[in-house]
Design a protein around this ligand. Structure first.
Ligand code: PAF
Length: 282
């Protein structure tokens, strides 16, 4: 696997690949890779000739008091995993390569309406940071396809809208969430959990599953279902962030009669803020 850190070198490489008629899939990550990321690489390999992964811990999407400084950096293990997965190229730029005028002087991409809901309420500015860096990575790599995990449902929704709104010729593909045997969604932030917290954290998946089950049975008092789920989570040792039932297409709170729903949840277990979701078709 080729590793590039400089934008000029990346651009030269992309030009050569394009001259050879190769199609390109991008898998953007912040490193600290796990089986969920590797599944994205495998999926990307089925969709394009060349897979370019990026590792960049994007400072723009971290708020003050968040885990930017302690975000795990595991570059050599990440390289090994990417190589074993058959990734063709890794782009791992520095902050100044991505934000040459500094993060405070960066032009920002903001997707209205959905960016300030749910995770956007708990993490103000987060989705502006995500939309901005993904837009920049698109323009650096110019991929045909970009593959993102469905675990970050709101992020995927925002990236799809940004791609469409800015008429960017990238096909955005969502990849199913990878889970451990207990149902816990794989996430870099699971590394912050103790063994005991990790086993209690499976309550998040269970709460989503039981809410999904009740929706399927026809229960339509959405606030009540969410409150019951929050209680279940607290009993398992979670602290509340949000648990909502939304329209899967608009992300606005679901209304009775909506037929495609998504249950979106975030909650704190020890030092980790975990997110997960379940799509429900009625
Ligand atoms: O999901 C992530 O890891 C990040 O938000 C992303 C898409 C790589 C942008 O920094």
């Amino acid at each position: 696997m080729q590793v590039i850190t400089k934008l000029a070198e990346l651009r030269q490489q992309i030009r050569e690949l394009r001259q050879q008629g190769k199609t390109i899939a991008m898998v953007a990550t912040m490193g600290n890779l796990h089986a969920g990321h590797i599944a994205l690489i495998h999926q990307a390999k089925t969709l394009a000739d060349i897979v370019i992964a990026t590792i960049f811990v994007n400072p723009l999407q971290f708020g003050s008091g968040e885990d930017l400084e302690k975000y795990p950096k595991t570059l050599s293990a990440d390289k090994e995993q990417l190589t074993n997965a058959g990734c063709h190229l890794l782009f791992a730029p520095t902050d100044s390569e991505v934000y040459p005028h500094g993060r405070d002087n960066q032009t920002i991409v903001e997707v209205p309406a959905t960016s300030n809901l749910y995770c956007g309420t708990s993490r103000p500015g987060h989705f502006q940071g995500v939309a901005t860096v993904v837009c920049k990575l698109y323009s650096m790599i110019q991929p045909d396809i970009a593959v993102f995990g469905e675990k970050d449902y709101q992020q995927l929704h925002i990236i799809r809208q940004m791609t469409q709104d800015l008429s960017i010729a990238v096909e955005v593909i969502g990849s199913p969430t990878k889970r451990n045997a207990g149902g816990l969604a794989l996430s870099s932030r699971n590394g912050y959990l103790t063994a005991d917290e990790r086993s209690r954290a499976t309550a998040l998946y269970k709460a989503l599953q039981s809410t999904k089950h009740q929706l399927k049975l026809g229960f339509s008092d959405f606030p009540l279902l969410c409150e019951q789920a929050q209680t279940q989570l607290e009993e398992a040792g979670f602290k509340r962030d949000y648990f909502v039932i939304a329209n899967a297409n608009t992300l606005m709170l679901a209304q009775p009669g909506d037929i495609k729903l998504v249950i979106l949840a975030a909650a704190y277990m020890g030092a980790a803020r975990l997110i997960d979701n379940q799509v429900v078709s009625l």
